[in-house]
Design a protein. Structure first.
Length: 364
């Protein structure tokens, strides 16, 4: 779930006018998202993004990944279709790392990935500046920018260990990590990358785009034990990043939520507890849920989405309460069409649960 690579659905307001940027009053965002379109041909990019737009979604979370030019092709299509874009910048892009570094192994269970502490800040600055210049040339509007993804989980941060044999207890605290110093160095690099991102974005035509910190994984300790991967709780990592000055660089905190349980009381409790660190802007930073998902393992057509619809309604109820409290500004559903259990595009159309996921906020 937290490790799945694929599309996402963004929670966003319905209006297709100018994006709501930092400092502007705006309704909470609900919408649609699709990652890794750079891996597809332009005709497929066009087809998928048109399906998303035609289904009523108004916001998408798209990724800037290799090949970067094809990522930007997808952004241009989405922009032309009137979709507002949250751009997730994949810090795993090997162009941002020295040629001499060796990725941390995933022992064949998960991908090998570079250590965040090895990130070359000059390479990152050069690559990002170049990408933003082309985005400006094409007239693409960015609603928000989110550098990095799940940096509190070994799946996306090589400073965290993957165990050769899963099943034994994994760390619960920073001090218990195999290499806490490397993880801390990686967080230092991440905050430096945030400053580069903010400076480069502010110097671009998208100078009012919201800066969102990397969406953090909600994977629990027991699941980490089962998978044999190090991880830290989102709240602990947010605190570590705040101590390094993150609040001066971001407008919102990114977080991912996969509650697993489908009954309303459990969902309400899980989500409320997980988003405890989210706060109104005058007292901290609100959250953007840049991934959330409810599984449906059914494969039949027409799709039976009844159980998932109830869970979706419970999630949206919590989100809307937190939005009213100004603690949550956006939520992007995972996944549009690539992951069988989580996808919203079923049997050639948006599923009933998908319609709930992207329904505009009450009062919009």
């Amino acid at each position: 779930m937290a490790l799945l690579l694929a599309a996402l659905v963004a929670w966003a307001g319905l209006s297709r006018g100018a994006p709501a940027f930092a400092g502007e009053t705006a309704a909470a965002r609900y919408g649609v998202n699709r990652l890794n379109l750079a891996w597809l041909e332009r005709t497929d990019q066009e087809r998928i993004l048109r399906d998303i737009a035609d289904s009523g979604a108004t916001h998408v979370r798209l990724s800037l990944s290799r090949p970067v030019d094809k990522s930007i092709d997808a952004l241009e299509i989405a922009n032309r279709l009137g979709l507002r874009i949250l751009l997730e910048i994949q810090l795993s892009n090997k162009s941002y790392y020295p040629d001499s570094v060796t990725p941390r192994t995933g022992f064949g269970r998960i991908w090998d990935i570079n250590r965040l502490s090895d990130l070359d800040l000059d390479r990152y600055r050069t690559g990002l500046t170049s990408a933003l210049q082309r985005i400006d040339t094409l007239g693409i509007r960015l609603d928000a920018v989110e550098p990095g993804n799940e940096i509190n989980l070994a799946g996306y941060n090589g400073d965290l260990a993957v165990y050769e044999k899963p099943g034994r207890a994994t760390p619960r605290l920073l001090s218990e990590l195999r290499d806490p110093q490397a993880f801390g160095k990686g967080l230092d690099k991440y905050v430096a990358a945030l400053k580069i991102t903010r400076d480069a974005t502010r110097a671009s035509a998208n100078n009012k785009a919201i800066i969102v910190s990397a969406g953090l994984s909600d994977m629990g300790a027991k699941e980490a034990d089962r998978q044999g991967m190090e991880r830290l709780d989102p709240g602990e990592v947010i605190a570590l990043l705040k101590a390094r000055g993150m609040d001066a660089l971001v407008d919102a905190y990114g977080i991912h939520i996969y509650p697993a349980r489908k009954d309303k009381p459990a969902i309400t409790s899980i989500v409320t507890k997980l988003l405890d660190f989210c706060a109104p802007a005058d007292r901290g930073r609100p959250c953007w849920v840049t991934e959330w998902g409810i599984a449906n393992t059914a494969r039949s057509c027409p799709v039976d989405d009844r159980e998932r619809e109830g869970a979706m309604t419970a999630m949206r109820t919590v989100f809307e309460r937190l939005s009213e409290e100004k603690r949550l500004d956006a939520a992007y559903y995972y996944d549009w069409d690539t992951q069988q259990n989580y996808r919203l595009w079923r049997c050639g159309a948006l599923s009933p649960a998908g319609a709930l996921a992207i329904e505009p906020a009450k009062g919009d």
